[in-house]
Design a protein around this ligand. Structure first.
Ligand SMILES: *Cc1c(COP(=O)(O)O)cnc(C)c1O
Length: 398
């Protein structure tokens, strides 16, 4: 898969501009110290509650449950959809493995649908044709913090009786027609992994938009016990009532996260300005047919989670990545389409099944974009991209 920041030993040129750099936004270390001195660093203490309340208010979600990762939140969501063997779930193939794992680990079948050429999101016009009498849910993924066309997807889901679970790992604090991503489907999953917009190392959250799912969600999250009800005095002892797991994050992570959430306006502004700087400075190369820049539909407000470019072909993409790496800039790509992965093939998929997904995954390159990226670092990325295309100016444009 994509190369990480950890492969510095591979190249001879030191990495001057990493792909991502985790950051302290404000009071992270102070809040961690506070959690420790208050004597509670296990789960569901003050900071976990503060983070959940903050997100419930800002995103207009009835209930937010913090989890140790988005992967965990997606696993809970799949269980809450009551998925099992024989069931089918519609999702893109152009996504991170966790979207499909959540479904496959319950014995259900991921049904991969192609993406739109503009946003690289699930193509809503292909969803209806993928529905069968075994379909139980749709898992749209908001790629790069730009929303899927949720209204058409919700309309199909309502008509066909399907659950909708948003993989909003990349979509925290982005919106669609005024609604926060994660708040639109029955359930929504966020990630606070160190590569996302708001971070705590490893972390996530599950948005429960259908309140009828809350009680079971709390039980699954707490090892399959009714401990939450016990703490609220609703039952007089707590015990094993369902098949759950350990989906409660540590207060240490929540304390870190709360400090990040408090700095949302600052983090948003910094990502937006870097994203727009790339758009402006790479526009001449797009006009010359050298690459394609990201698109954001009118009804979507992006959180500028990532900046990608699409090159004319795989050879150019690989050559540009190598050129950048040789000059200290780490640009990476993703995703190996899930339907052509070794696991994907076990569901009967093969090359050629999803042409747009296969095409963009060969041509896409992600540029460094992180909160503390300096003007000099971004200059270097842009200069080196321009340098690459100057060097091959003799060759015909795409
Ligand atoms: C990052 C990501 C995940 C997984 O998030 P974790 O918090 O690392 O488990 C899932 N889906 C998508 C689309 C992602 O980008």
């Amino acid at each position: 898969m994509a190369r990480s920041n950890h492969d510095e030993a591979e190249g001879h040129v030191p990495i001057a501009v990493p792909f991502n750099r985790p950051f302290i936004a404000g009071k992270e270390l102070f809040y961690i110290a506070k959690a420790v001195t208050q004597g509670n660093i296990a789960g569901d203490g003050e900071f976990t509650r503060l983070c959940a309340r903050w997100m419930e208010e800002r995103f207009d979600v009835p209930h937010v449950l913090l989890t140790p990762s988005c992967t965990a939140a997606l696993e809970m969501a799949a269980m809450l959809c009551d998925l099992g063997p024989g069931d089918e779930v519609i999702m893109p193939s152009f996504t991170f493995v966790s979207t499909a794992n959540a479904v496959a680990r319950l014995g259900a079948r991921p049904v991969f649908v192609d993406v739109r050429e503009d946003t690289l999101n699930l193509d809503e016009s292909l969803v209806e044709a993928a529905v069968t009498d075994r379909t139980r849910a749709v898992f749209p993924v908001h790629y790069a913090g730009v929303s899927c066309a949720m209204d058409p997807i919700l309309e199909i889901a309502r008509r066909r009786g399907l659950r909708v679970v948003e993989d909003a790992a990349q979509g925290v604090d982005a919106s669609y027609r005024g609604r926060a991503l994660g708040s639109i489907g029955d359930l929504g999953a966020f990630s606070f992994h160190e590569t996302k917009n708001f971070i705590c190392g490893e972390g996530g959250a599950l948005c429960i938009n259908d309140p009828s799912l809350l009680e079971r969600a709390e039980i699954l999250r707490d090892k399959g016990t009714n401990r939450r009800q016990f703490f609220r005095g609703q039952v007089d002892k707590y015990t094993w009532v369902d098949i759950g797991s350990s989906y409660v994050p540590s207060e240490i992570c929540s304390a870190f996260l709360y400090a990040q959430l408090e700095m949302t306006p600052v983090i948003n502004a910094s990502r937006r300005s870097k994203f727009e700087e790339y758009l402006t400075r790479l526009a001449p190369l797009e006009a010359a047919g050298r690459l394609r820049l990201p698109r954001t539909p009118e009804d979507c407000r992006s959180n500028h989670h990532l900046f990608y470019i699409l090159l004319p072909d795989e050879a150019t993409r690989d050559a540009l990545a190598t050129h950048l790496r040789g000059r200290g800039v780490l640009a990476v790509f993703h995703y190996v389409p899930l339907h052509t992965s070794p696991m994907g093939r076990t569901f009967g998929y093969q090359d050629g099944d999803l042409p747009v997904t296969e095409d963009v995954s060969r041509r896409l390159l992600r540029l460094p974009l992180f909160h503390e990226m300096t003007v000099e670092e971004q200059d270097r990325v842009v200069d080196q991209i321009e340098g690459y295309f100057r060097q091959c100016r003799q060759r015909p444009a795409a």
